[in-house]
Write a new protein. Structure first.
Length: 248
């Protein structure tokens, strides 16, 4: 793993967020899709500066139009076939070990002061919001084609239930690809108002499918963030493992 911005692995630091409004921060996950198929269609060069060339160019123009039209259409079909590989018709529970989609999922695990798991916010439709509606997910992205942040979890710290003491942010591969096979995967924790990053890491992990990014915990009247930056195994009890990975 590579730390781009923020504290070193294991270190705890103050979470700096704007104090106006909802006092909201975000955790954004981004990655790029595999290289897209070529979409460019090369156009014929213009005529030379003489009458014969201009006449020949004019006679050829209808054929050039048809050539460009059919090549463009073929490219669109190719792109659609490519894009369909990045989408799943069904997305079941657990990692889809046979899927060709380059799919990463961002999750937030919410614990109380006694390290009891209270709720999980993730990409499933019935889990996009926590019960308080103060922590929410932007939804599933199955191919890294969503823009700057492909998946985002927002946290409104103002009015957050007092029993919410520790928030763990986790990335999971939901495909046959391990974390090292994704194209430029990054995750960041930022002030939602200014966009300023408190922490940003690059995600790597040969033969690893789960990554624990950070822990955000109450600290007096504010919040603190610990950079965990660690890969963990599959098929684990997240409620038991997370408090041990991010030691409190």
């Amino acid at each position: 793993m590579t730390i781009v911005t923020g504290p070193e692995q294991g270190n705890l630091t103050e979470l700096k967020i704007s104090q106006e409004g909802a006092k909201r921060f975000l955790v954004g996950l981004s990655w790029d899709p595999p290289e897209l198929p070529g979409m460019k269609v090369k156009l014929a060069e213009g005529p030379d500066d003489n009458a014969v060339s201009r006449i020949a160019h004019a006679l050829y123009a209808p054929f050039e139009f048809l050539r460009v039209f059919f090549l463009s259409f073929a490219n669109l079909v190719t792109f659609d076939m490519f894009a369909s590989r990045l989408r799943k018709q069904q997305d079941g529970v657990g990692r889809d070990k046979h899927s060709d989609a380059y799919d990463l999922d961002l999750c937030c695990y919410i614990f109380d002061g006694g390290l009891k798991l209270l709720s999980v916010v993730e990409t499933e439709n019935d889990a996009l919001f926590d019960p308080s509606k103060k922590i929410y997910h932007t939804g599933e992205d199955q191919g890294g084609m969503g823009g700057n942040d492909d998946e985002v979890v927002y946290v409104e710290t103002k009015g957050l239930p007092p029993e919410y003491e520790h928030l763990y942010f986790v990335v999971k591969s939901d495909s046959k690809y391990d974390l090292s096979q994704f194209n430029s995967p990054f995750i960041r924790l930022a002030d939602s108002k200014t966009g300023m990053n408190n922490l940003k890491n690059e995600i790597t992990g040969k033969d690893k499918y789960n990554y624990v990014f950070c822990r955000v915990s109450r600290a007096g009247e504010g919040w603190a963030v610990q950079n965990i930056d660690t890969c963990v195994d599959e098929n684990i009890d997240w409620a038991a493992v997370l408090p041990k990975v991010g030691k409190i």
